[in-house]
Design a binder for this molecule. Structure first.
Ligand SMILES: [Cu+2]
Length: 274
């Protein structure tokens, strides 16, 4: 009994109480951490949901009304009416108007996601079968981000969402994300930021977000990409400017060196071949 109550409580819990990762029995969105996501949540909660509910209730009412009012026992002789101009005009115009009303805020959200403001930090996310690779082109940082297996998880690390090398971004800064893939289609998605873009081999898609609070945020590959599609999570740590700069210094040592060494090796090889 108590368990059921608990489940129901979770189903009706407002989305604002939920954290930065998916929860059991979650129904709404994850808690928003960017303006973009707040706009999406507003659009869903205060525009789409009321309209959908009203239409569903209205159609249900009409069905029930017709079932009762025009039942066979009450209408021994069936009506032969087949046209009613006024009603036909109404049921064409009203849905059109509803769509137009919905389209205005919808396009606003869509375009705000598409127009990238001047970026403070640029990161590049590359989808591989089956992990994400990241580059900070301005900082010469390149690293891969693999999921941590269940048996290696530490306490408080969520299953299937924790990675070995996390992405770090500063809070309240515009982060531009360039997204591409190396083998098949993937999609870089972070629900709390309202970000989801396909990662397409040979093509760069761009999006952006501005995280409004610090914390660890989780996302997953959102394009069916193969057998381990479910095992290439995305973890982004939003930190303060100071913490970010500190991480940058460490990351430049930790990640950049191998890459530079590798590049030197490759250049040497090419030279030798010539
Ligand atoms: Cu994928």
């Amino acid at each position: 009994m108590f368990k059921n109550f608990f489940y129901i409580f979770f189903l009706i819990t407002p989305t604002t109480l939920l954290g930065n990762e998916p929860k059991d029995w979650q129904l709404g969105f994850q808690k928003s951490a960017s303006k973009s996501m707040s706009d999406i949540v507003w659009f869903h909660d205060y525009m789409l949901l009321p309209i959908i509910t009203a239409i569903t209730a209205f159609v249900l009412f009409l069905l029930l009304y017709v079932c009762v009012r025009y039942r066979a026992s009450r209408n021994k002789i069936a009506s032969t009416t087949s046209h009613n101009t006024i009603i036909e005009v109404i049921w064409t115009l009203v849905p059109c108007l509803i769509l137009i009303v919905m389209a205005v805020p919808s396009f606003k959200v869509l375009y705000s996601q598409d127009e990238i403001p001047k970026a403070d930090v640029t990161i590049k996310a590359i989808g591989y079968q089956w992990y994400w690779g990241y580059e900070y082109p301005d900082e010469n940082i390149i690293f891969d981000s693999y999921m941590i297996a269940d048996k290696d998880l530490k306490e408080n690390q969520p299953r299937l969402l924790t990675v070995d090398n996390e992405v770090y971004v500063p809070v309240n800064k515009v982060v531009k994300v360039m997204i591409t893939a190396n083998d098949v289609l993937h999609a870089w998605a972070l629900p709390s930021f309202g970000v989801k873009r396909d990662a397409v081999p040979g093509r760069i898609n761009e999006t952006w977000f501005k995280a409004e609070r610090t914390g660890t945020f989780y996302g997953q590959c959102s394009e069916l990409c193969g057998i381990k599609h479910a095992f290439m999570p995305i973890t982004v740590n939003v930190v303060t400017e100071d913490e970010y700069n500190k991480w940058l210094e460490e990351a430049k040592v930790k990640f950049a060196k191998d890459e530079i060494k590798n590049n030197i090796k490759i250049v040497k090889k090419i030279k030798d071949l010539r």
